[in-house]
Design a protein around this ligand. Structure first.
Ligand code: F6P
Length: 345
């Protein structure tokens, strides 16, 4: 019987378990066995595995997280990491590997593919910032959760006549903030793609001070502002970098809270949504997108189309080269931000 390995890397995203379940069912229909590799690339550096059968994956599509675990381990930051991964792939007698992840995990997959690894990708990130995809699974759930939070924050902000800043995830791209901010009727939306002028933000807060008496601001964790003409850096929780060289963002909400209150005199509070946006059950859309991508990934393995990524692209479930998907981040366009701006103030 042929064997396919499956690993999940990077931050978890609602829909990952639907991918796993779909892969097991599709593989079973083609007489493939599925070996779950635990905790992303870390599992393939050390051969930590979990056999996945239909029994093991029964009904998991409704669950958040991932039953095989994930990590931000980068084999290229480990001594002999590349060789170990290639060797363990052989030792496990795999006929193919499916790697579900974002730019980092799939970037590693693409490098290993160049070295001969039989790998296909599945796009996964709540940030929705992978190229050659219309949408990644996990994003719809994150937007739904953030929208509900914004709806709730409106009522408390209005009751207290406050300005409320909600800090939303999305490291280098403002997709979650933009979509939840529009859906939730935020009065200002701040995203990493467009550094904002603090004076303009304060002008809106002051304009709304007496009528209707409150302001709700949705700010991406990676948003940057201009103060007295100078662009700020991103606000960090810590200077420490992860194995892919990423900083840990966080604190824009608190920073804005202080600056806005000081400049306008309007009482201001901030709320950080953080990992609540990633945890828990996926929406129906993310369950089904994960399912379709999982099925497509197995088809790619069975057809020997390695170096490809299953993708929802131009409305179709199709495949794109891994190299194209990880080449550059997909960010919010100026045009879309202009649409959102129509509702500012
Ligand atoms: O990549 C998804 C994401 O949730 C980003 O939006 C966020 O910046 C980051 O992961 C947080 O990472 P961690 O879970 O390692 O704190």
């Amino acid at each position: 019987m042929k064997k396919v390995g499956l690993l999940h890397g990077g931050g978890d995203a609602p829909g990952l378990n639907a991918v796993t379940r779909a892969i097991v069912h599709k593989a079973d229909s083609l007489d493939f066995e599925v070996i779950g590799i635990k905790d992303g690339w870390a599992g393939l550096l050390g051969s930590k595995t979990l056999p996945l059968t239909k029994d093991v994956v029964k009904d998991i599509h409704k669950m958040g997280g991932t039953i095989i675990g994930t990590s931000r381990t980068n084999p290229y930051k480990k001594e002999g990491g590349e060789e170990k991964v290639l060797k363990n792939f052989e030792a496990l007698e795999l006929d193919g590997l499916i790697a579900a992840g974002g730019e980092d995990t799939l970037g590693v997959a693409n490098k290993l593919y160049q070295k001969g690894l039989k790998v296909v990708g599945v796009p996964k990130t709540i940030d929705n910032d992978l190229s050659c995809t219309d949408q990644t699974f996990g994003f719809d759930t994150a937007v739904t959760i953030a929208t509900e939070a914004i709806d709730r924050l409106h009522t408390t902000a209005e009751s207290h006549h406050r300005c409320m800043v909600v800090e939303v995830m999305g490291r280098h791209a403002g997709w979650i903030t933009l979509e939840s901010g529009m859906a939730g009727g935020a009065h200002i939306i701040l995203i990493p793609e467009v550094p904002f002028d603090l004076d303009e933000v304060c002008e809106i807060v002051l304009k709304r001070k007496d009528d209707p008496g409150y302001t709700l601001i949705a700010a991406s964790e990676g948003a940057r502002f201009k103060i007295e003409g100078k662009e700020s850096d991103e606000i960090l929780q810590t200077q420490q970098l992860d194995e892919f060289g990423h900083v840990r963002l966080g604190g824009i909400g608190k920073a804005l809270e202080k600056l806005i209150e000081k400049k306008t005199g309007v009482e201001t509070r901030s709320a950080v949504l953080g990992h609540l946006q990633r945890g828990g059950s996926p929406t129906a859309f993310d369950r089904n997108l994960g399912t379709k991508l999982g099925v497509k990934a197995v088809e790619l393995v069975a057809e020997g189309q390695f170096g490809q990524m299953a993708s929802l692209y131009n409305g179709q479930i199709t495949s794109v080269p891994l190299s194209a998907a990880v080449g550059q981040l997909k960010t919010v366009s100026e045009e879309l931000y202009e649409t959102a701006k129509l509702f500012f103030g």
